[in-house]
Design a protein around this ligand. Structure first.
Ligand SMILES: [Zn+2]
Length: 307
């Protein structure tokens, strides 16, 4: 944290120069930044044929452990709109946005009309959930893993972009309508794919897949840790081991970004199968097709372990 505040101070000193530079003058097409690849993908689809949004968190980055790079700071300084998930997922950014992107419109997907939020799933050990949402209640921030929420983001993005850039408003709206149809058929495709395994029990490494589990009525038993930066208590490990025994055979899904030591502790000597899920599919190419590829990759990984 100390390092990023020093960075912020240095950038704040550089700010007047950048603002006065003719290169920083507002272009016709809005400068758009998106925090994570799934959000970036939806916004990129809405902007197709007009421009491309900048992605903040690239391959291998997790919003839970990310720290700001100078190139990200430069993008934020130029931004007219920043699309984020909200609900505390990008807590690493909140200070930064206030300083660097103070003229930008900040759009939180969690607050977009039509987005369904799910309450955070408390762990058995009574850990406090990672995010606190509106109304004082706590909501799970991994909300992009329900394609209906992605549809809501596509239409909201089209109207917000259209307000800022009326010249392309019709194109944004047409792109959002097409993206909405693509997402509806993706939703149906994933439902068909996962229906045969909907009752098979599984655990994930951190609690990132609740929206996907609920959307496709899957039998997710919970997670080994509430967040990648949280330790699971001894009682928690005992509970998880009882849960696995009681369920017969269970799949445990690791994630590529995080050290899965907890998995061997929980699974030792028990009949578990292993898979890998990735809530932001950090290895894939960002862009308009990213979202569908991420959802398919996760659905296929679920199917491969659960079938
Ligand atoms: Zn997460």
């Amino acid at each position: 944290m100390a390092r990023s505040s020093a960075l912020l101070r240095r950038l704040a000193l550089a700010l007047p120069v950048l603002v006065l530079s003719p290169l920083a003058a507002k272009a016709e097409v809005p400068h758009v930044v998106a925090t994570i690849a799934p959000v970036h993908s939806i916004v990129a689809a809405v902007m197709e044929g007009v421009g491309e949004p900048t992605l903040l968190l690239g391959p291998g980055d997790s919003p839970h452990t990310y720290s700001l790079r100078p190139s990200d700071a430069a993008s934020l300084q130029e931004a007219d709109i920043v699309f984020q998930v909200g609900l505390g997922l990008e807590s690493f950014l909140s200070q930064t946005l206030a300083v660097l992107a103070r003229d930008a419109r900040i759009v939180s997907m969690a607050e977009v009309p039509g987005v369904h939020l799910l309450p955070a799933r408390l762990t058995e050990s009574g850990n406090v959930p990672a995010a606190f949402g509106r109304d004082g209640a706590s909501y799970d921030p991994h909300l992009w893993l329900d394609p209906r929420n992605a549809q809501a983001l596509a239409s909201a993005a089209a109207s917000i972009l259209g307000e800022l850039d009326p010249e392309h408003a019709a194109l944004y709206a047409a792109n959002a309508a097409r993206e909405g149809e693509r997402l509806a058929s993706l939703d149906e495709e994933i439902y068909q794919l996962l229906q045969p395994v909907e009752d098979r029990p599984f655990l994930t490494l951190h609690d990132a897949f609740l929206y996907l589990e609920r959307r496709y009525a899957l039998n997710g038993l919970g997670a080994l840790t509430i967040g990648p930066d949280r330790q699971t208590s001894v009682d928690g490990v005992q509970y998880l081991r009882l849960l696995i025994r009681a369920s017969g055979s269970v799949c445990i899904f690791a994630e590529p970004q995080f050290e899965p030591r907890i998995i061997s502790v929980v699974a030792e000597g028990l009949p578990v199968r292993m898979g890998v899920l990735d809530p932001i599919e950090s290895g894939a190419d960002p862009g308009p097709d990213f979202y569908a590829e991420m959802m398919r990759a996760n659905a296929e990984a679920l199917l491969a372990c659960l079938a």
